[in-house]
Write a protein that binds this ligand. Structure first.
Ligand SMILES: *Cc1c(COP(=O)(O)O)cnc(C)c1O
Length: 366
């Protein structure tokens, strides 16, 4: 049986990407970020593939994501960093999950959990999203020292996150992070792991790598920014999104196509129906623009993206029911890229892969 909607995922590509990136950032270690279901690629499969490629750590946003990895039998070092008051910290400690901690109240909650929590203290160096504010650093670190001396926590790491606003801003954040490390050490903390950079910072700034980098989008083979060329770094896109053509028709010149009839051509054209729509994560903003490859010919979405389907304008190309339509995938196979879909929809490649819906079957190959 063929799948109606298929995201084919190469676990080998994820492993090789991690291997390539690990060599690039060495001697820093690599945390493979598999939050949001592995950016749509499947968290457990992505985590295993990343570990096979030499990832030292795994990272997720929240505890539910962390527990899912532990439940699947994954025992690698694992950090989770986005917690509400009253989160299941005791269960996390028992599951051996390291906790990213962003303020003194949260530190107190984790210290009160049963067992000794392994924590990574987060400082805000300029992103202004989470982490202790600069004016609170001293008190934050002193509280951590007190909890550590009492045996309630172990400070494994200190970390922050870059805003990716440009070189000058990055350098400022690197300097602030270095100052935070010095302050933490001056009050008696000895965090083994010091981490600031995600994919963009890790690729662009050797100075931002410290002892560990947290890599998300790049392990899936996609570029973290427009001015980074993933393929010249040796990265391969891991995901190919495709579906069979399920209807083909010739549309006469001047006739409209799809809701609102806001596509038409001056000459007759062949259009193909592909069963992927906005419920599957195909952005409606890519109406009349998104690229689709069928039999090696790239056509464009004709008219509006609907909930379950798109129509693709194929001109005079030969298309038959059952032919495979590929929206994006391995650039080596000259199909469109997630970046082209991002450009067509006015967004970033992260959103294209991460928002794929549950109706899209994930199938794994090596
Ligand atoms: C998502 C995330 C990352 C990974 O970012 P990429 O740009 O995908 O490499 C790293 N650190 C934190 C805190 C994140 O939330």
């Amino acid at each position: 049986m063929t799948d109606l909607r298929l995201a084919s995922i190469s676990t080998g590509a994820i492993s090789r990407n991690v291997e390539t990136l690990r060599a690039l950032v060495a001697p820093a270690q690599v945390m493979a970020v598999v939050k949001a279901d592995g950016y749509g690629h499947g968290a457990v499969a992505s985590a295993r593939a990343a570990l096979d490629g030499g990832a030292d750590w795994l990272g997720v946003a929240d505890l539910a994501e962390a527990f899912a990895l532990r439940d699947a039998g994954i025992v690698a070092p694992l950090l989770a960093w986005l917690h509400q008051p009253g989160a299941a910290f005791s269960a996390a400690v028992h599951a051996g999950i390291d906790l990213g901690i962003s303020n003194i109240a949260q530190l107190g909650e984790v210290a009160a959990a049963s067992g000794t929590a392994c924590v990574h203290l987060k400082v805000d160096t300029g992103l202004h999203r989470n982490g202790a504010a600069v004016g609170d650093w001293q008190e934050f670190f002193e509280a951590a020292v007190a909890h550590e001396l009492a045996g309630r926590i172990q400070v494994q790491g200190i970390w922050s996150h870059l805003a990716n606003a440009g070189h000058v801003q990055d350098v400022t954040q690197i300097e602030r992070f270095t100052a935070a490390i010095a302050m933490a050490e001056s009050v008696g903390l000895r965090p083994e792991f010091r981490h600031l950079a995600a994919s963009e910072g890790a690729i662009k700034h050797p100075d931002a790598r410290f002892t560990l980098v947290r890599l998300g989008i790049s392990i899936y083979g996609l570029a973290p920014a427009d001015d980074v060329d993933a393929s010249s770094l040796g990265l391969e896109p891991a995901m190919t999104l495709s579906a069979p053509v399920i209807s083909v028709r010739r549309v006469a010149a001047g006739e409209g196509v799809s809701y609102g009839l806001d596509f038409s051509r001056d000459s007759d054209t062949t259009v193909a129906l592909v069963p992927l729509g906005y419920a599957d994560g195909i952005p409606r903003h890519a109406s009349n623009r998104g690229p689709v490859s069928i039999n090696g010919v790239t056509g464009r979405v004709a008219g509006r993206v609907a909930m379950d389907q798109i129509v693709v304008d194929m001109g005079d190309a030969a298309v038959a029911i059952g032919d495979q339509a590929t929206l994006f995938g391995r650039t080596a196979e000259s199909v469109p890229s997630a970046d082209e879909w991002a450009a067509a929809a006015g967004t970033i490649n992260y959103e294209i892969v991460t928002r794929l819906g549950h109706r899209v079957a994930r199938r794994y190959e090596s």
